[in-house]
Design a protein around this ligand. Sequence first.
Ligand SMILES: [Zn+2]
Length: 240
Amino acid sequence: MDHSFPEVSPKVANGHDKAHAAPLAAHLEYGGKHGLGRHGAPHSSPLESLPRRRPTREEAEQAIRTLIRWAGDDPEREGLLETPARVARAYEEFFAGYSIDPRQLLEKTFEETGGYHDMVLIRDIALNSHCEHHMVPIVGKVHLAYLPEKRVVGISKLARVVDAFGRRLQIQEKLTVEIAETIQDVLRPRGVAVVVEAAHECMTTRGVKKPDSVTVTRWMTGAFRDSNELRAEFLQLIRG
Ligand SMILES: [Zn+2]
């Protein structure tokens, strides 16, 4: 029995974290590495004791209640009672990309290509992301292509890479580079081309309010970067 291990309830989590931030070594020694403590209390793992531990669901819901009050409404009225829980669940979906390793998605490849080594292009992959400056939606499409070098990857995996980076807080420029460079890095094709076309709600519904504006970004590697002809062909193909 380890009597030195503190018992905590979620309610005193913050105080607990401050008070016990230092003796991390003791926590490690206890070996409580896998989440729940003896009585099912959260916050007992060493990682969660660190200042940057992930907030609990309850803390997230509380923050949403605060935002509702800040907006000028009453989180206790009937229509809003379940809203914090719904928003938290929606956030799990919007930001699911943080728990996906995009590189891992591309690790399984196929070498039986029937000799195919021309362009593989996917057009109109739906993009749902959130702008990191305002946390409002970025909605659009991604077009991507690569030139296989001996091996190909499952086509759906490429769409999943878009989701893995899209379902995070993003700026479109960074998203475009991340998609292209990850495919280039893991798959090692002769080249990758990515074009992203998206509407930013921070621009269409607020601020300058330009509802029809579409932002286009692109990133090319290898042969797509070096050959004007190939790049032109790609840009032609994504127009349909
Ligand atoms: Zn924004």
